[in-house]
Design a protein around this ligand. Structure first.
Ligand code: CA
Length: 229
């Protein structure tokens, strides 16, 4: 699961951002001053930072500069002033994106997803070996997007593959249908959580020996699904 750090001194804004990002399946932490934010950003590993510009103690310029000296973590900088955004762009501090407050939380989530995906591709392209998930008789080559069940290759649609890979990549974690839907399908997608049920059924038909007694994707009644390790 991707971990995001929000460095924002206006707590109501930080909470709103946190809620939306958590609903989209991200793990989110908040730092409400610049000193704490900088310390966390440098000491811990986050997949992305959302960084407010005007902060007590250490401002966003300084944090961005210091983090960039050490890490490639994607940074989205936010400011209440359009002029400031133009200024920080000009400074070339190495932020990946800029947003002017107020913005819609769904716009923020969309940009976070886009930057995480871009960063994953960037990292992926520097690693030569394909990333393989192997659990009992199931083998998933997440790079080549191929799946084998007991040595026999099976074909999956894009969403079936994404859903299977997401679950297998987070074994023993129970996800609700809502969480899976927002994780795998874009927010703009037409559809609802019933889509998740349909896709789980199709995946089971391909990977399970006995679909009425699944060995991989378990149904947790009243909650959602879990990939058994
Ligand atoms: Ca602020």
């Amino acid at each position: 699961m991707s971990r995001i750090l929000i460095i924002e001194d206006e707590e109501s804004i930080a909470e709103l951002e946190k809620d939306y990002l958590e609903l989209s399946g991200f793990e989110v932490e908040v730092a409400t001053d610049g000193y704490e934010g900088l310390h966390k950003a440098l000491e811990e590993d986050y997949n992305l930072l959302i960084l407010d510009l005007m902060l007590p103690q250490v401002d966003g310029f300084e944090i961005c500069r210091k983090v960039r000296d050490e890490k490639n973590t994607p940074i989205i900088m936010v400011s209440a002033k359009k002029d400031d955004i133009d200024k920080i762009r000009g400074l070339g501090l190495g932020a990946d994106d800029y947003m002017t407050k107020p913005f819609s939380p769904s716009e923020l989530v969309a940009r976070v997803k886009a930057h995480l995906a871009r960063y994953e591709r960037l990292i992926g392209s520097t690693i030569e070996e394909n990333k393989i998930i192997e659990i009992r008789g199931l083998k998933i080559d997440t790079t080549a997007r191929r799946v084998w069940v007991n040595g026999e290759e099976k074909t999956f649609t894009t969403k079936e593959f994404d859903l299977l890979t997401f679950l297998a990549g987070h074994p023993n974690h129970v996800y609700t249908k809502d969480e899976l839907f927002s994780e795998i399908w874009d927010m703009e997608s037409i559809g609802d959580i019933a889509t998740v049920t349909v896709h789980i059924k199709k995946i089971r038909e391909k990977v399970e020996y006995d679909t009425s007694n699944p060995q991989y994707i378990e149904t947790i009644w009243g909650v959602g699904y879990r990939f058994k390790m």
